[in-house]
Design a protein around this ligand. Structure first.
Ligand SMILES: Cc1cc2nc3c(=O)[nH]c(=O)nc-3n(C[C@H](O)[C@H](O)[C@H](O)COP(=O)(O)OP(=O)(O)OC[C@H]3O[C@@H](n4cnc5c(N)ncnc54)[C@H](O)[C@@H]3O)c2cc1C
Length: 470
């Protein structure tokens, strides 16, 4: 038994730099092995599930809330991500562009901005030191096409209500005074982004909800759910409300398989930078950074002065989820090379960690918070790589919906969107169409990036095709 526990502990630590460096034990909590009754059952102990549990108990302390987790709290994307708590909500541009949703989308954007201080407040109240530092985000334009995209993005952000203080364009010299990205032609500064250590947050939230009286069972994969109940491998729970908070890790639940598909993003971390290297980097705070390629990149300097950096989306046939990645997988060489293209002076630096994780993508490429009181079912996800802060607002909203609380949050366009609010609506295409579609889009992004970097005359056409791709 002792050996098994050690095996679990070292397996879970290997899943990311963040999980490797949390202070608490990663030994799993006991599994569910009996029959229980609860008011609300939450499937998945990532940010969405735990924030939902947190707000449920805050508003209704007497509620019996159970969280069931297949592995351990933070095993999914919440313990593996880039640690950007950003007020950006994926798909918000579409919501704003739609006259029916515009007003609600603008309110939703404001709520996202307010979510950052709320996360910091809860972390402080609950004694969770998740290395939260809101020093913004810098996006670097590397080629002329990026510059025009960034300027257009600043205009879009103004439409969303962002002021000059919230976000502004940076001339090359201004960008260089904040971060030394090789060859950058200019950039964008966004104030509403914090760097965090995500595993510290998700593990801290798990402890916080337990203190509130939530029952958290780990190593308890849900094998089926339906009206009135949830089954796990060795137990079951009779409940009126089941909330599915499994995002990119939903593959084991047949009802979710085509609702949210897993895209895998890959990350690496360097050894801690020396004082001289930090000076060369030019970054005085832990401002997060990326470039404006279509294939998303994201980096942060950790509290112990490493660079944690990620990029590269991967989709595996039939929405398969890769639980753990071999650090020798050749894909990590490409991630390391991408980081070194930002900071060539780091050539030869040791990398200590390499990992990947799955994020959830909906067919509409927009996140959703759904609750069907008649069916007793709710779910949230599809944050499309921007789920750290979005899941906090989503969890708070899901809790409002379950408790029947009418709040500003429950009247926003991502709540129960028309035509796709049910689990069997708005699904991804069956295979092999889904795989072909995702590969085509990923290749188009890659080709467009390559064309933009070569200033190819077809680059603007490819960029338009990407915008129009279904
Ligand atoms: C590499 C990477 C980098 C990212 N970077 C960022 C970033 O910098 N900023 C940002 O905003 N977002 C980022 N994201 C996205 C963000 O991490 C996620 O959107 C967010 O963490 C999702 O949280 P969640 O709780 O919904 O899902 P998850 O954290 O994935 O949790 C789902 C949980 O459900 C459990 N589960 C699955 N099936 C079952 C079952 N049958 N029974 C019980 N439990 C089950 C899983 O084990 C898992 O623990 C990134 C994602 C990845 C993978």
């Amino acid at each position: 038994m002792q050996q098994l526990r050690e095996k679990d502990e070292s397996f879970y630590r290997r899943q990311s730099f963040w999980m490797d460096t949390v202070e608490d034990s990663l030994e799993p909590r006991p599994a569910l092995t009996r029959r229980l009754t609860a008011d609300v059952v939450i499937i998945g102990a990532g940010f969405t599930g735990l924030w939902t549990a947190y707000y449920l108990k805050r508003h209704a302390p007497m509620l019996e809330v159970v969280v069931l987790e297949a592995d351990i709290a933070g095993f999914g994307a919440s313990g593996r991500n880039g640690g950007w708590a950003s007020a950006y909500l994926a798909g918000i541009e579409n919501m704003v562009a739609d006259p029916e949703r515009r007003e609600g989308a603008l309110r939703l954007q404001q709520m996202m901005i307010e979510t950052l201080p709320e996360m910091a407040r809860v972390a402080a109240d609950e004694g969770i030191d998740c290395h939260f530092e809101q020093s913004g985000h810098l996006a670097a334009a590397m080629v002329p096409a990026h510059l025009s995209r960034l300027k257009a993005h600043v205009r879009e952000l103004r439409e969303l209500g962002f002021s000059e203080a919230d976000c502004h364009y940076l001339e090359p010299g201004e960008l260089a005074s904040k971060i030394q990205i090789d060859g950058a032609l200019g950039g964008l500064f966004m104030a509403h982004c914090a760097a965090i250590q995500p595993a510290r947050l998700v593990r801290g939230l798990a402890r916080a909800v337990e203190r509130q009286g939530v029952h958290l069972f780990e190593k308890s994969p849900v094998t089926g759910f339906g009206p009135g109940g949830v089954n796990t491998e060795h137990g079951s729970i009779c409940t009126e409300h089941t909330l599915i908070c499994t995002e990119g890790y939903s593959g084991s639940l047949p009802q979710m398989k085509r609702k949210l598909i897993p895209l895998h993003s890959m990350m690496v971390a360097t050894r801690p930078l020396t004082a001289a290297e930090k000076r060369q980097l030019g970054l005085r705070h832990r401002t997060t950074f990326n470039n404006v390629n279509h294939l998303v990149t994201y980096g942060q300097v950790t509290a112990d002065d490493r660079i944690a950096f990620g990029c590269r989306g991967r989709y595996f046939y039939d929405a398969a989820v890769c639980r753990t990645f071999d650090p020798h997988d050749p894909v990590f060489e490409a991630v390391r090379a991408e980081l070194l293209s930002f900071f060539p002076f780091l050539e030869g630096i040791d990398f200590t960690h390499a990992w990947g994780g799955a994020l959830g993508v909906s067919r509409q490429l927009e996140p959703m918070v759904c609750f069907d009181r008649d069916a007793g079912l709710g779910w949230s996800g599809g944050y499309f790589g921007d789920g750290v802060a979005a899941s906090a607002l989503a969890g708070r909203t899901l809790a409002d919906l379950v408790l029947g609380r009418e709040t500003d949050r429950t009247h926003t366009p991502w709540v129960n969107p028309k035509q796709i609010r049910r689990l069997d609506q708005g699904l991804w295409e069956p295979e092999p169409l889904r795989w072909l579609g995702v590969q085509l889009r990923a290749n188009l992004m890659r080709w467009t990036d390559a064309a933009e970097h070569r200033d190819h005359p077809l680059a603007p056409v490819m960029q338009r095709m990407l915008r129009l791709a279904p």
